[in-house]
Design a protein around this ligand. Sequence first.
Ligand code: F6R
Length: 241
Amino acid sequence: MKVIVTKDYNDLSKKACEYIESQVNRKPDSVLGLATGGTPLGTYRELIEGYRSRSVNYHQAYSLNLDEYVGLDKSHPQSYHFFMSNHLFDSINIDPDHTFIPNGKTNDLVHECERYERLIEEIGPPDLQLLGIGQNGHIGFNEPGTPFGRETHLIDLAESTRKANARFFPSIDDVPKQAITMGIKSILKSKKIVLLASGEEKAEAIKCLLEDEPNEGFPASALKDHDDVTLIVDEQAYKDA
Ligand code: F6R
């Protein structure tokens, strides 16, 4: 795993943006695997800035998002559909028909997981997959204990994940209890992976990531089985490593 330590969150966001822009410039029809949450927000702001000031062109690009909450309508402000439109898609020239996110509002969630995995095979795998990391080591919403062999599946969110994400909802009772997520196996199909971690609250997870052997108790450790992973981490999250 290649490790890049940046001074702060702004530099981390700029570095992640450079990786994505160089991917799209090199291969205009790249498939980008995208994440939500707080960490990639700065990266998305930089990408929008790059689209406006450096004329980076997303017209031929595709995106596949990692996950979506179960039960939230696409128009719900905390759905990942809404998040992606609001923080990136509406501000760059990606074709809306080229953007894919699991549908968490369907009656047949099992079928939706199968459909999404087939989509990853048809459109993807991502040329570049962007990831964040949970304090418990989750990637996508693969919580500790998820077998590394899982593809896209339905998951019960860990209480710690619901608490961490409650900051985006009126109260913890409003945080969905389930999500659809790409599995670890799906994520590892990506050609290149860029993992972002920022802030002191991620320091312990980064220490485990760098020290632990692959084990299902710490999902991000599966990335050690992939041969093109770059960790971009700021000094605050790297301080214990
Ligand atoms: C989001 C996702 C999650 C987040 C993780 C970190 O699509 O898959 O794994 O990356 O929960 O979230 P933040 O960035 O909010 O700390």
